[in-house]
Design a protein around this ligand. Structure first.
Ligand code: GLU
Length: 560
């Protein structure tokens, strides 16, 4: 039975890597009938905030990753915010100090920098010089009176520490290469290392699943556990996911795309852009020259203004790009992990030409991911974030959802992106969803159906499509529109069938493909050649608006 925990340090939105860790915590706990705990590691007062913690919880819930114990849920180890557990940590600090397994220190940041520099000059790894006699309470008073900071360091034992990792096997660390690290900071808060070890024990954590970047922290954590007589949990350090550009998927990737777009925009009104982002013109300049990076909301607002799509890195970015949580969960579960065929509920036969036994089906629901979870299937190698695959997964999961759930997800999405379709009635939205089968994302559906929510006179024509479809060959498309206008107004009833019959009839009469007839119509009513299927589009838009848009296109482009 695994008791797992997701322990974010809330500095902003939930990152895709964090979501993956949380998901595996959940899978492991559910598969073994254990418990999944959410713990907020907010001991860095300058970086962590309550709003960020709430945002992380919203994002987890949106994904369907619900914790059994933690904030807003409660549980036997309350409180679950580390900032509310200081008295607990202090008791253990006292215990270590009393046993001479920890000691006070008073160095300033400058002094430490000097020591590090000296070690670097000698090409040595910096190891904090442990004093031969530990400072006592009189020394602490003296240091305080002199205005120095007071901290506590842990005595790292001079012995080899072996981390027995589920993903990486046995990893050995030499204890003497590891500095006596700080466990209590000068502001009275414990460091992450200390609070994490205490809470893992007190919360009964049996399995710690976390990112590979924490592997080097683990020998220190194990040494602390030994010093305090705690149990050592099972560790699984998961490999990293790299973006298609090769880097770690960080907010820097987003900022970089925005910066490049700003540099490329000609005649940019910098003052306006800065005010859209809620930053000063100076801050914008610093961003452009690479000296600083604005916050997420500023980056998002400026990108929206410039119409630039940024690569998604946080869960909320994926939501705004129109992905379903079910698809995202399925996708992140297969980053650095592969489900086993042996206990997979679904297999697909080999495709023609593929040899061998059936292969595991990759499209899995959360329940199926739980049922098939097998910790021996983690991969050591880094995984690549493949957006095309995510889009394919999203398409499949849209098909798997029932009509009502898809509608409710779509409405949530429309509201968040402030789409003009957000206020539409359910019947129309259901029709749009039905007509959109095969779309990759909710955002695609929204874009392809915006023409239904745009005033006739505000349709923006894509100049390339106008040229290709309406103007080419002496205005062939425009002439077709004139005929279509007459035929449409002659239709006794307007519905998908009568429209289809009329369009096909006209194509046959002219001995051309359906596209030659349908594309001019599409450009006239939508402004582009990318829209929902044409018969449904006209039926949904209605005869009057269709005719008005045809007239507008003819008037605007005739004689061009
Ligand atoms: N608060 C740490 C982080 O967000 C947690 C690491 C751990 O799981 O121990 O990276």
């Amino acid at each position: 039975m695994a008791v797992t925990r997701f322990a974010p340090s809330p500095t902003g939105y939930l990152h895709i890597g964090g979501a993956r860790t949380a998901l595996f915590d959940l899978l492991w706990a559910r598969k073994t009938g254990g418990s999944f705990i959410l713990r907020i590691e907010d001991t860095d007062r300058s970086r962590n905030s309550l709003t960020a913690a709430k945002q992380v919880m919203d994002d987890l819930r949106w994904l369907g990753i619900q914790w059994d114990q933690g904030p807003e849920v409660g549980g036997p180890a309350e409180p679950y915010y580390q900032s509310q557990r200081l008295d607990i940590y202090n008791r253990y600090i006292e215990q270590l100090l009393a046993a001479d397994k920890a000691y006070y220190c008073f160095d300033t940041a400058d002094e430490l920098d000097q020591m590090r520099k000296k070690a670097a000059e000698k090409k040595q790894n910096f190891v904090y010089p442990r004093p031969s006699k530990f400072p006592d309470s009189a020394d602490v008073e003296k240091a305080k009176a002199a205005g120095r900071d007071v901290m506590v360091r842990f005595c790292m034992p001079d012995e080899e520490v072996i981390v027995d990792d589920v993903v990486r096997g046995q990893v050995k660390f030499g204890g003497k290469d590891i500095s006596d690290f700080i466990i209590l900071k000068s502001d009275g808060f414990p460091t992450y290392h200390f609070a994490c070890v205490i809470d893992d024990e007190l919360m009964g954590i049996t399995h710690v699943i976390r990112g590979q970047e924490h592997l080097m922290n683990t020998p220190g954590h194990i040494a602390l556990q030994k010093a305090l007589g705690f149990k050592t949990p099972v560790y699984a350090h998961m490999s990293i996911t790299v973006s298609e550009g090769g880097g770690k998927m960080s907010k820097r990737d987003r900022a970089k795309v925005l910066k490049d777009a700003i540099k490329k925009t000609e005649g940019l009104d910098k003052e306006k852009l800065a005010s859209i982002g809620g930053i000063s013109a100076e801050e914008l300049d610093k961003f452009i020259t690479g000296d600083s990076m604005p916050d997420n909301p500023a980056v998002d607002a400026m990108a929206e203004f410039l119409n630039v799509e940024l690569p998604e890195v946080n869960i909320v970015d994926f939501f705004k790009s129109g992905y379903l949580p079910q698809a995202l969960v399925n996708f992140i579960a297969l980053l650095g992990y592969s489900p086993s065929l042996a206990n997979s509920p679904k297999t697909r036969p080999r495709l023609a030409g593929e040899a061998g036994p059936p292969v595991a089906q990759e499209i899995l629901t959360l329940q199926e991911l739980i049922d098939t979870f097998d910790p021996s299937r983690f991969n050591k190698t880094n995984s690549l974030f493949d957006r095309k695959k995510l889009q394919a997964f999203n398409m499949e999961h849209m098909k798997l959802l029932g009509e009502d759930e898809l509608l409710s997800r779509y409405k949530d999405f429309l509201k968040v992106v402030k789409s003009p379709a957000a206020g539409a009635d359910d019947a129309l939205l259901k029709r749009i969803l039905k007509a959109s089968e095969g779309a990759r994302t909710l955002a695609d559906i929204d874009h392809k159906s915006r023409f239904l929510f745009t005033e006739d006179g505000k349709i923006e024509y894509n100049s390339k499509d106008v040229e290709k479809v309406l103007l080419k060959n002496n205005g062939e498309g425009l002439a077709m529109l004139a005929e279509l206008k007459t035929l449409l107004s002659l239709l006794p009833v307007l519905n998908e069938e009568t429209i289809e019959k009329m369009l096909r009839g006209l194509a046959e009469e002219k001995k051309v493909g359906l596209g030659k007839v349908a594309q001019p119509l599409r450009v006239a009513i939508c402004g582009t050649t990318v829209s929902l299927p044409i018969f449904e589009s006209i039926d949904m838009l209605g005869l009057d608006a269709t005719i008005r848009r045809i007239e507008r296109a003819i008037n605007q482009f005739s004689g061009k």
